[in-house]
Design a protein around this ligand. Structure first.
Ligand code: SF4
Length: 285
């Protein structure tokens, strides 16, 4: 399996990438962005598969996230992170093994129920798409079929199975919240120019899907030979619940109004983080 992640960079303590303060990692490349970008997309720098990006191996990502995600809250966004889902699944899997309190959020413009049924497929055509996409999608894909060549034997048409339905289900076992569906500017949830603290969903058509909960239900229903449903909230419904709740200062989980933290571990992490920040600002004086 491809061991590499291509990404633009990370933001620490992001407040608009899921519950609580999060380490937000921006992956490189979005097919939709290259072909026909969503109106109002805030991150055009991530669309192209060409240009500058960082490459980290799985072990480097695990080390970096273990060190920098002080409260264990991590978000994969883009670009389109699900193109690199096979690598990100492995990263999330290894981190949860090291510390089960890791919590992951991922965004994707694709609809999860469709992905669970058909996987993610794409046909690259030389005249229509970026050259860099050709090699990168080969790295990310579960399999691919070169369907046509030019006179120099270079591929001109490649059919990719980027993810199989099984790849998608495996991802869902490790990503706690997946916000799915394309961003629709006319359905934007906030009227402010920028999202505010805790407001991490772009438009009301998107859904907040609980990956591991859905997969637990899926496993039970599958064994019974019955259909299953995604476990999710529509985003406006989710945001109403989120905004009416009180949250742990460390991880952002909903807690009772009289509490500040959900666990002693969260309190210890928050206190340690504050101490570290004080040290950094004193060093800067
Ligand atoms: S909103 Fe997401 S899917 Fe749409 S163009 Fe931007 S990065 Fe791509």
């Amino acid at each position: 399996m491809n061991d590499i992640l291509r990404f633009i960079g990370v933001t620490k303590d992001a407040l608009t990438a899921g519950p609580g303060k999060r380490l937000e990692l921006f992956t490189k490349g979005c097919i939709r962005g290259v072909v026909s970008p969503c109106e109002g997309c805030f991150n055009s720098i991530t669309w192209s598969f060409e240009g500058k990006y960082k490459t980290y191996r799985i072990q480097e990502l695990v080390d970096m996230i273990s060190k920098d995600a002080w409260n264990r809250q991590v978000t994969f966004c883009g670009g389109e992170p699900i193109l690199q889902a096979r690598t990100l699944t492995e990263v999330a899997k290894q981190l949860k093994k090291i510390d089960p309190t890791f919590h992951f959020v991922m965004y994707t413009m694709y609809k999860l129920d469709v992905l669970m049924k058909y996987g993610l497929n794409f046909t690259w055509v030389k005249e229509k798409h970026e050259q860099a996409m050709l090699k990168q999608l080969m790295d990310y894909s579960s399999s691919y079929d070169i369907q046509a060549f030019d006179e120099d034997h270079n591929p001109t048409r490649v059919k990719y199975t980027i993810l199989t339905p099984e790849d998608v289900k495996e991802l869902m076992r490790y990503i706690d919240i997946i916000v799915d569906g394309e961003y629709k500017h006319e359905l934007r949830l906030t009227t402010a120019e920028y999202m505010h603290d805790g407001g991490f969903i772009g438009s009301s058509n998107q859904r907040v899907i609980y990956g591991p909960n859905t997969m637990r239900q899926y496993d039970i229903y599958k064994n019974l030979g019955e259909n299953y449903d995604l476990i999710f909230h529509y985003s406006d419904e989710y945001m109403k619940i989120y905004e009416s709740n009180h949250h742990c200062k460390s991880c952002g989980k909903s807690i009772k109004a009289e509490d500040s933290y959900c666990t002693q571990l969260c309190e210890a992490r928050y206190t340690q983080r504050k101490e570290n920040m004080k040290l950094i600002s004193n060093e800067g004086v």
